[in-house]
Design a protein. Structure first.
Ligand code: PLP
Length: 344
């Protein structure tokens, strides 16, 4: 009988890529829950609040108005224009409408950026990934630090892929976009998202700002993959930008309160932790529990029913740390800390 061994083999370019540890953690949580356990969840990576009503209403309106057909692959012109205005005013990035593409979240922007900048098999440094505010440490880079990165990129002729997903979640200092520095727009691809600022993770709406030749790369990767973001979702995104509201300030206040509670509590328990300046993560050193962060996460989950993400997931420098999200209720933070105090 003839066999065709090569037909049922996954393309080799995917061999090196694994699924994230977070899937394993979620499975363990589900198993514990199925056995009746209460699990204090700090492993998440998304806003705990719901999408604001005025954004949901704009989506409903768009559907009622039958704004349901293909939009241009790079985005609805009105939204691209509003984004260009936003990045010029708020981020001080000198972008025109043609430098903006609407994408399925920050993730599609990062994918398109790296596809556009790095060649297959390339080992030389071609690009710097610059994430501020940072996941998982909560670090917010200062304007001076951004200038140092810019000088480094300019001296070595490198491209910067700036990930500013948490730009609106800053508790100390100010967010500063590296692409706003003189001469940096040309060599920076900046990825933004509605996910964290507007509690819209499930909507899959983001945008990326870049000049040529990078924008052509982003347009091609989009045209030949998703062919753009769902049209009504884009109209809802426009409402997020153009409707007068206090939502960003209200959310930032709520996160700051949770940050203070978790950060103080972790340090009191003896899990030393730098103060998160932005995003919604604390990243304590847990080496007194185990230097192996996967083992430490396991111990916290088994003994205290506290779910976290092992630092190793974020690279070798993350080993010995755990990521706790403070994007959850005050009650969960208090109960989780109490469980750690009693069970560690
Ligand atoms: C640092 C960072 N960048 C980008 C993203 C992508 O978010 P999304 O694809 O939902 O916009 C995330 C999501 O957690 C993130 O933490």
């Amino acid at each position: 009988m003839a066999t065709y061994p090569t037909v049922f083999r996954l393309a080799s370019r995917l061999d090196e890529i694994g699924f994230s540890d977070i899937v394993n953690i979620r499975n363990k949580i589900m198993a514990l829950r199925a056995n009746g356990a209460t699990v204090y969840q700090f492993e998440g990576g998304e806003p705990y609040m719901n999408t604001p009503e005025f954004i949901k209403a704009a989506m409903v309106r768009a559907l009622e108005e039958n704004k349901s057909r293909y939009a241009p692959s790079s985005g609805v012109p009105e939204l691209r224009s509003a984004i260009a205005e936003k990045v010029r005013e708020k981020n001080r990035i000198p972008a025109h409408d043609s430098d903006v593409i609407v994408l399925n979240g920050g993730m599609q922007g990062l994918f398109g950026a790296f596809q556009s900048v790095v060649n297959p098999g390339e080992e030389v440094l071609r690009a710097i990934y610059y994430n501020t505010p940072q996941n998982p440490t909560g670090v917010v880079f200062t304007a001076d630090e951004a200038r140092a990165v810019a000088r480094f990129a300019q001296d070595r002729d490198l491209i910067v892929v700036a990930d500013e997903a948490y730009e609106d979640l800053v508790y100390e200092g100010d967010h500063f976009s590296v692409a706003s520095i003189e001469g940096m727009f040309e060599r920076t691809i900046t990825c933004f998202t509605f996910s964290k600022s507007y509690a819209m993770t499930g909507w899959r709406l983001g945008y990326t700002v870049a000049s040529e030749p990078w924008m052509t790369g982003l347009r091609k990767t989009t045209l030949y993959s998703s062919n753009g973001v769902s049209t009504p979702t884009q109209w809802a995104g426009l409402a997020a930008f153009t409707t007068e509201s206090e939502i960003l300030e209200t959310h930032a206040r709520a996160y700051r309160q949770r940050r203070d509670l978790l950060w103080t509590g972790l340090n009191e328990i003896g899990l030393p932790c730098a103060k998160p300046m932005g995003a919604f993560y604390a990243f304590p050193n847990v080496s007194r529990i185990s230097n192996d962060s996967r083992a430490a996460a396991e111990i916290l989950l088994e003994r205290a029913r506290v779910a976290t993400v092992p630092g190793i997931v974020f690279g070798a420098h993350g080993e010995g740390h755990l990521r706790f999200s403070f994007s959850t209720s005050i009650e969960t933070i208090e109960a989780g800390l109490d469980s750690l105090r009693r069970n560690l």
